[in-house]
Ligand binder design. Structure first.
Ligand SMILES: Nc1nc2c(c(=O)[nH]1)N[C@H]1C(S)=C(S)[C@@H](COP(=O)(O)OP(=O)(O)OC[C@H]3O[C@@H](n4cnc5c(=O)[nH]c(N)nc54)[C@H](O)[C@@H]3O)O[C@H]1N2
Ligand SMILES: Nc1nc2c(c(=O)[nH]1)N[C@H]1C(S)=C(S)[C@@H](COP(=O)(O)OP(=O)(O)OC[C@H]3O[C@@H](n4cnc5c(=O)[nH]c(N)nc54)[C@H](O)[C@@H]3O)O[C@H]1N2
Ligand code: SF4
Ligand SMILES: [Mo]
Length: 768
């Protein structure tokens, strides 16, 4: 039996269960886990308003039952008494003594209108900054409605977690493929050889590569006779499972990768395959890698030249090879170069856009490919006020935000809107940013917690729990190793407005229409924007239809679902409102609670390219320019100084799931990993305390002596340090740990992308 949302209703027949379950029927719902990029299907059993059990959905066409400990903790997250349920207004300025008043939604919006309007009237649009955090990519509201605030506000001060994360990949994709969102993903399920750099999917479950049960997919490569190589300064769990672990010195991946390209050129191993007629810049790229012989880069990489040479030959010889770099290659000094070099190596070995190599997914909501050249990708269309950093994708580096708040003058940031972000924990020189937030005239945060960042806000607007919204992994299906779609309605009705309503309200406020204006106008703009675009597209099957008639056919639980329905119906697999029989729509997805398999990845070059040449640009000008920095580094003296890197743990999620007791209980996770040789030299003992100091700050953390880390490197996870006054996180406070971003340096950024350098931070360590 199913209810009207397609949830299976289980009638209790077992007598023992029946005794306990007198309160009514158990219902089984299926939905996508929104917590990380893996998009696992969950099976959630409820009784009334209670979650009874969460487990992996064995029938999910993509995840086939896989689940990690975070997925099943959605129950505890939903029930967490610290999770905010009503808007809060801060009374008092000192976070340690401030009190918080629960107010109604209209009162909260009126207060936001007062605060933001005062700043806009007195100082102009650029005085209001925006910061969007990581969960913004995991909610439909964030992906679709954040940009309505950006448009309505018209401020240049746009910041996000992208510049402490994947911005280098956007830049290399923008330059090489003409579209910063067109990111090649390793074709895990078909590859014969996986070279993975700076990624630890055994803990992270993968990123810029949506693959539920990433570990299982890697083990399958080995089971079918393929090889897996992991490049990481630590012997991570992923490295332990690999066929080979290359313990590189932090920050040197670009050198290693470019040297591999050098070997391909020197040994005549360049073989573009089907891509031969689809690239420009081949000669320039081959010439550019000439200085980077394996011998030249070996000291910097801390990897023998013959290993580099062998890896290049192996990639060239493998029937197919997928090269995949993530956090450890992006959040470093040469992040964009490393990101470019990954895709250059794919292209040079014929592995770009072929099965088993690196491929471009095509999601149900993606726009159909247009043929011919595109508009290309521009960097630095304007520059930040204080440090003159170029904008990238309309954003400035978040590393620059504190300076923009502190520095007086025309365009000084006086107010901040944060959505789903905790920059006080997650961005470099976190202590400085925390203090800077205290100087703002006004701050409003949309969040589910009163945490280290939102405690600085004047008004906190709670977002609903993940179980109180529709799910469709809009940001991640375009990065998935298999084309797939799944949509699910809210499991529970939200007790307040939906997050997209809150974001629409903020858009109305900053546009000057006021807090009492109706959000329906914003919804209509979103929906008609998608439909009009589709009606205008070449050979559109709906060119002659009436807009009103199309709108009236849209389905879904709320306005945001209708936006998604419009995208899916006019997407590459869409039903085009009846013009394509059996095409996709939200109705079709609703009828398939385990998701719909859209097939393995297909080659998409040249149609997916948006470069002005219409080809893959192997040697974009900004990249060639930046290679000088890479060459200069070759003459650096490699000394014995310690450098700091990060790491992740499976039971953690950046800074914000440490208030869930089932995840944080047990062994302390926020430890400083130190190699036994370094521990002996420094006089550190396992379980003792060490002081770690960098140019910008210091912390004291418990030492974990382990030979899993390369000598000369120490590691602290990020997202800890929950002991700041005023945060309302009872469980996290009891497992506070220390904030590694007190040590990361806001002056260290990758110049092309503006991405912060979070790995390879020079530190000194001493017993505390
Ligand atoms: N040193 C170091 N620093 C790092 C990293 C590293 O590897 N090393 N990693 C970086 C990376 S990859 C990232 S992505 C960033 C993350 O940086 P941020 O996005 O700034 O931080 P998060 O810890 O993800 O915080 C997410 C916030 O969203 C809130 N939240 C959760 N769910 C929702 C929701 O549904 N709606 C709303 N409105 N709010 C919600 C949480 O309460 C929390 O406040 O950190 C970066 N910082
Ligand atoms: N459990 C859990 N899962 C998560 C998250 C989480 O916080 N916890 N965060 C999510 C987010 S926002 C993201 S972006 C993804 C990130 O997912 P991943 O990219 O897999 O990130 P990490 O797990 O931090 O792994 C990065 C690895 O890089 C290594 N490393 C550090 N410096 C270098 C270097 O210079 N070179 C090389 N080659 N390696 C280096 C580190 O030792 C570490 O093992 O994870 C997501 N999933
Ligand atoms: S791997 Fe990611 S998507 Fe899957 S259950 Fe865990 S947190 Fe959720
Ligand atoms: Mo991230």
């Amino acid at each position: 039996m199913t209810n009207d949302r397609g949830a299976r209703i289980v009638t209790i027949t077992d007598r023992n269960d029946a005794k306990q379950d007198t309160d009514g029927d158990l219902e089984v719902h299926h939905r996508t886990c929104p917590l990380c990029e893996a998009t696992c299907g969950l099976e959630i059993t409820t009784r009334g308003q209670q979650v009874v059990r969460i487990r992996g959905d064995r029938d999910n066409a993509f995840s086939q039952g896989f689940i990690c400990p975070k997925g099943s903790s959605l129950k505890q997250l939903h029930e967490d008494p610290d999770r905010l349920r009503a808007p809060l207004i801060r009374r008092g300025n000192d976070p340690a003594t401030a009190t918080w008043e629960e107010v109604s939604w209209p009162e909260a919006f009126a207060e936001v209108e007062r605060g933001l309007t005062a700043v806009l009237d007195a100082h102009g649009r650029d005085a209001v900054a925006l910061y969007f955090g990581n969960p913004s990519a995991h909610t439909l509201a964030g992906v679709l409605y954040n940009r309505t605030i950006v448009k309505a506000l018209g401020s240049r001060n746009l910041y996000s977690a992208s510049t402490v994360d994947q911005m280098p990949k956007h830049v290399s994709s923008g330059l090489m493929f003409g579209n910063p969102l067109l990111i090649p993903v390793p074709d895990l399920d078909r590859t014969d050889y996986l070279l993975m750099l700076g990624a630890n999917p055994w803990e992270s479950n993968g990123s810029l590569c949506t693959a539920p049960d990433f570990p299982g997919r890697v083990k399958a490569i080995q089971a079918r006779g393929g090889k897996v190589v992991v490049v990481d300064p630590r012997r991570s769990r992923t490295a332990e499972e690999a066929d080979e672990h290359v313990a590189i010195r932090p920050g040197a991946d670009a050198h290693l990768l470019v040297a591999m390209a050098n070997v391909l050129v020197a040994e005549g191993l360049v073989e573009l395959g089907a891509l031969a007629d689809q690239v420009v810049g081949l000669d320039d790229a081959c010439a550019a890698v000439a200085p980077f012989t394996p011998e030249a880069v070996a000291p910097l990489c801390g990897v023998d030249a013959d290993i580099i040479r062998r890896l290049a030959r192996e990639v060239a010889a493998a029937p197919s090879a997928a090269i995949y770099g993530r956090i450890g290659t992006h959040t470093v000094e040469f992040g964009t170069l490393a990101s470019w070099a990954v895709d250059l190596l794919s292209a040079l070995t014929g592995n770009l856009d072929r099965p088993g190599g690196a491929m471009f997914p095509l999601a149900a909501h993606d726009r159909a490919s247009r043929k011919g050249p595109g508009r290309g990708f521009a960097l630095g269309r304007h520059h930040s006020r204080v440090k003159g950093f170029p904008e990238v994708k309309g954003e400035f580096p978040v590393a620059a935000l504190a300076g923009e708040i502190e520095t007086a003058g025309e365009g000084q940031v006086k107010a901040l809107i944060t959505v789903a972000g905790n920059p006080v924990m997650s961005t470099p020189n976190a202590g400085r940013l925390d203090a800077a937030l205290g100087q703002l005239d006004f701050m409003v945060s949309v969040d589910i917690y009163l945490n280290e960042t939102t405690r600085r806000a004047n008004v906190v607007l709670p977002a609903p729990s993940p179980l109180e919204r529709s799910e469709y992994a809009l940001a991640f299906y375009s990065l998935a190793v298999h084309n797939f779609a799944d949509w699910s309605p809210p499991l529970f009705e939200p007790t307040g407005p939906s997050e997209h309503d809150v974001l629409a309200k903020l858009s109305l406020i900053v546009s000057g229409l006021g807090s009492e204006a109706d959000t329906a106008g914003i919804d209509e703009m979103m929906i008609t924007g998608v439909l009009q675009g589709a009606m205008k597209a070449a050979d559109s099957p709906i060119a002659d239809r009436s807009l009103d008639e199309l709108v009236s056919q849209l389905r879904g639980h709320s306005a945001i679902d209708k936006v998604v329905d419009a995208m899916i119906r006019t997407g590459p697999y869409g039903d085009w409102f009846g013009a394509v029989p059996d095409g996709l729509s939200i109705a079709a997805l609703e009828a398939n609670p385990h998701g719909i398999d859209l097939g393995p990845l297909q080659p998409r070059i040249p149609d997916a390219l948006r470069t002005t040449s219409g080809k893959v640009e192997l040697a974009p000008e900004p990249i060639l320019g930046d290679l000088q920095r890479l060459e200069d580094a070759l003459s650096r003296h490699v000394n014995g100084d310690l450098v700091l890197v990060g790491r992740r743990h499976l039971r953690s999620n950046n800074s914000w799931m440490h208030n869930v007791n089932v995840l944080v209980k047990g062994k302390e996770r926020c430890t400083l990993q130190v190699h036994p040789d370094d521990a002996a030299n420094l006089g550190l003992t396992d379980g003792g305390n060490a002081q770690v100091a960098s140019r910008v700050g210091k912390v004291v953390a418990p030492v974990e002596v382990t030979d899993a880390i390369r000598p000369g490197v120490v590691s602290l996870p990020h997202g800890w340090g929950h002991d700041l006054p005023g945060a309302q996180l009872g469980v996290a406070r009891a497992h506070a740990g220390v904030n590694s971003n007190v040590l990361t340096d806001e002056d260290q950024i990758d110049p092309l992308s503006g991405n912060a350098v979070l790995n390879g931070i020079p530190v000194t360590v001493a017993p505390a």
